[in-house]
Design a protein around this ligand. Structure first.
Ligand SMILES: [Zn+2]
Length: 284
């Protein structure tokens, strides 16, 4: 198994399964598999669809866990020092092996982030991230706003439509923050095509990470890129989105309260809500 083999596997998987549905699945996976590059997210989901938290052998040891005997590892392209390198460096990269949480045993680790934050907290944290960039966030009437929000770069102000509620408002704010960080837009009319899809995808991934996604449809990836896009295009988009969302998540997290509730990483999906949170998330 070489890096070239892994690249071919990613190419084939992107060619085979590209669709709106698959794009959101990869974003969901990237939200779980924090810190992994897009290419490795594709490889991990390809080899172990239920993986939620992967690390190298020594990484797990640091967590007080060990890889279960006989568990076959997941091959990815090495990007850090915390992974077991099997092949030597190939153009600066090598093949690394990681294992999912479910393939390990030992001490129960402390979860790294809340995967289930309250929407009002997420919105407030995003507001503080905007403030750090010198932007004030307010609410107002925006009948024609493309995305339910608009950014005035001259006045350094983000306005979120006062008609939006809860996680939809948070998603719109995250969308504007993604533009601020990724794109040089002079006007909202620049928000279309790939630029729009990037901002939407970063907002989606960020809110997915905090368990605060709205039930709305994202901009269509397949409509933007076409039904059979060049693999390189998908990988470039995925790489940019995952990297930008990772940074936005890091910035936002600093302003989030310490998690009271977390998702058990060994299982897919079981998020422990309590009734109060449901009400809050619906009601903001
Ligand atoms: Zn936009």
């Amino acid at each position: 198994m070489t890096v070239a083999d892994l690249r071919r596997a990613v190419d084939a998987e992107v060619q085979r399964s590209w669709s709106d549905h698959q794009w959101t699945r990869w974003l969901d996976a990237a939200a779980d598999l924090r810190g992994q590059q897009f290419r490795n997210v594709v490889l991990i989901k390809l080899q172990m669809p239920d993986a939620v938290w992967v690390d190298g052998r020594t990484g797990w040891q640091r967590q007080g866990r060990r890889v279960v005997r006989g568990a076959s590892g997941i091959r990815i392209v090495a990007s850090g020092q915390d992974v077991d390198r099997h092949a030597g460096p190939v153009q600066g990269h090598g093949v690394a092996t990681v294992w999912d949480f479910a393939q390990t045993e030992g001490r129960i680790p402390s979860w790294r982030t809340a995967a289930n934050m309250r929407v009002p907290d997420v919105y407030a944290a995003l507001t503080r991230v905007a403030a750090d960039a010198g932007y004030r966030v307010d609410r107002g009437a925006l009948p024609d706003a493309l995305n339910g929000a608009t950014t005035d770069r001259q006045k350094r102000r983000v306005t979120v439509s006062d008609e939006l509620e809860g996680s939809v408002a948070a998603m719109s704010l995250a969308h504007e923050l993604a533009h601020l960080r990724m794109h040089k837009l002079s006007r909202d009319s620049g928000c279309h095509g790939l630029v729009r899809l990037e901002a939407e995808s970063v907002a989606y991934l960020t809110l997915a990470r905090f368990g605060a996604l709205p039930v709305q449809q994202m901009a269509s990836a397949a409509a933007t890129l076409g039904r059979r896009p060049a693999t390189r295009l998908v990988e470039t988009l995925g790489g940019r989105v995952v990297a930008a969302a990772g940074r936005l998540i890091d910035s936002t997290e600093r302003y989030l309260p310490t998690p009271r509730i977390s998702r058990h990483p060994g299982c897919s999906g079981p998020i422990t809500f309590d009734a109060e949170d449901r009400e809050l998330n619906r009601g903001l």
